[in-house]
Design a protein around this ligand. Structure first.
Ligand SMILES: NC(=O)N[C@@H](CC(=O)O)C(=O)O
Length: 428
């Protein structure tokens, strides 16, 4: 089985390759990249004017299995992933029950094999039940195939517990992903603390909650010589803390979402809970600092934090609605429209932070177009104009602050292990 992608702009950030070329896929692998490869017996697709990139990788999604399948499941979530151009995603353990045992990791891996349209990596909990008290079965979960560990959705309150986790995981070289909001400062808060929260009369979540959490966890990692990955960064000062730590040689990596890069708390309105996320949308100064952090290498990865909820839950008052919205099908559109076409960020950085660099954070064998690697490939039309419409979503979540937005740039084909899983928005 051969597929030939003809005449696209091939970007392989791992080796700094960016040229017009053909890509030959054979037996699920990248077989050759060169000019004018003979068509022979291959299925040929003319991708002139399109980008051919490694399949997009998302280190941070919520697929809600087990227990909250009404919000999302591995099938709907992975369909949303390939629709958005993603070929590998890593799903968070804040489920019901929490993914804190080897048995659950194993059963989710099996679920992924059975129903998922793309590669789904499993992130295990750091502590039992994500309660922050006792370590979960970390070693057993590593053996069962967990890719990383996180108590995402919760801040681990006790430094000693986290230090134990760092020390323990050292032996396995697995990374911990920390949700950085010091709990006592954000309890009851529903949006960024600032002018807008005061105007709306809503309780805020201050940036200092993130800053001190990041500072603690980075210093603990430095002390333990361990690796830490900072989840969904939102605060300017926290970016600087990571920047300084990287300069000192601390083994810290970080991620940011398209929404935190491009939206501010000015978007928050009382009767639309789609903008309610944790950490919250901040200010323009924070967006600018996050962008600077992406550009100078402080921030390694762009992630979606795809967090679907049932529509009836999101339809509640801002204060009572759950936080989070689905991002897999809008992420690339936001990045290309509001950052690339707006002249704020180059294509190479965007593609690198959505492929090769996140792959390095989790040490995934993915994120390149090197000959011999799995043919996980995304074809992107950088100029395709489209309007976000929840009716076209594959995710079960239908709430998103991007609904109705006109975007320029979209994934038009997604190949997973050489198989075409999405073409022109239609998922297999
Ligand atoms: N990011 C979010 O706003 N929500 C996440 C959990 C979390 O990280 O708080 C979710 O699971 O819905």
């Amino acid at each position: 089985m051969k597929v030939l992608l003809k005449g696209g702009r091939v970007m392989n950030p791992a080796v700094d390759f960016d040229e017009t070329a053909d890509v030959l896929i054979e037996n699920g692998k990248v077989a050759k990249i060169a000019k004018d490869i003979p068509t022979d017996d291959a299925d040929v697709y003319d991708v002139t004017g399109k980008l051919v990139t490694p399949g997009l990788i998302d280190l941070h999604v919520h697929f809600r299995e087990p227990g909250q399948e009404a919000k999302e499941d591995f099938e709907s979530g992975s369909k949303a992933a390939v629709a958005g151009g993603f070929t590998t995603v890593a799903t968070m353990p804040n489920t019901n029950p929490v993914v804190d045992s080897a048995a659950l990791v194993r059963s989710l891996k099996k679920r992924a094999e059975d129903v998922a349209r793309c590669h789904v990596e499993i992130i295990g909990a750091v502590t039992k039940g994500q309660q922050g008290k006792e370590l979960a079965e970390l070693g057993d979960m590593v053996q069962a195939g967990a890719v990383a560990f996180s108590d995402d959705g919760h801040f681990d309150p006790t430094a000693k517990v986290l230090l134990n986790a760092y020390d323990y995981l050292h032996a396995f070289d697995k990374v911990i992903i920390n949700h950085e909001e010091e709990t006592s400062l954000v309890e009851d808060g529903v949006m960024n603390e600032g002018h807008r929260s005061a105007m709306l009369g809503m309780k805020g979540r201050p940036t200092v909650a993130e800053d001190i959490a990041v500072a603690r966890d980075v210093m603990l990692a430095e002390y333990a010589g361990a690796r830490v990955h900072v989840a969904h960064m939102s605060s300017a000062r926290a970016v600087d803390i990571v920047r300084q730590a990287k300069k000192r040689g601390v083994r810290v990596t970080a991620e940011v979402t398209p929404q935190h890069l491009t939206m501010t708390d000015d978007c928050v309105n009382l009767y639309d809970s789609s903008t309610k996320i944790n950490p919250p949308l901040r200010t323009q100064a924070d967006c600018d600092a996050l962008l600077a952090g992406l550009k100078d290498g402080t921030i390694d990865a762009i992630v979606t934090d795809h967090s679907p909820h049932a529509q009836e839950e999101k339809d509640r008052e801002y204060m009572f609605a759950p936080s989070g919205f689905p991002g897999l099908e809008t992420s690339l559109g936001v990045m290309l429209t509001d950052l690339y076409h707006a002249g704020k960020l180059d294509l190479k950085t965007i593609i690198s932070k959505m492929t090769w660099e996140p792959a390095k954070v989790f040490k995934l064998d993915a994120g390149t177009l090197n000959v011999g690697s799995a043919a996980d490939i995304t074809v992107i039309d950088p100029d395709k104009e489209w309007v976000v419409d929840a009716k076209n979503f594959y995710t079960k979540g239908s709430h998103s602050p991007f609904i109705g937005r006109k975007f320029k740039g979209k994934a038009v084909m997604t190949f997973v292990d050489g198989k075409m899983m999405m073409r022109d928005g239609k998922v297999k």
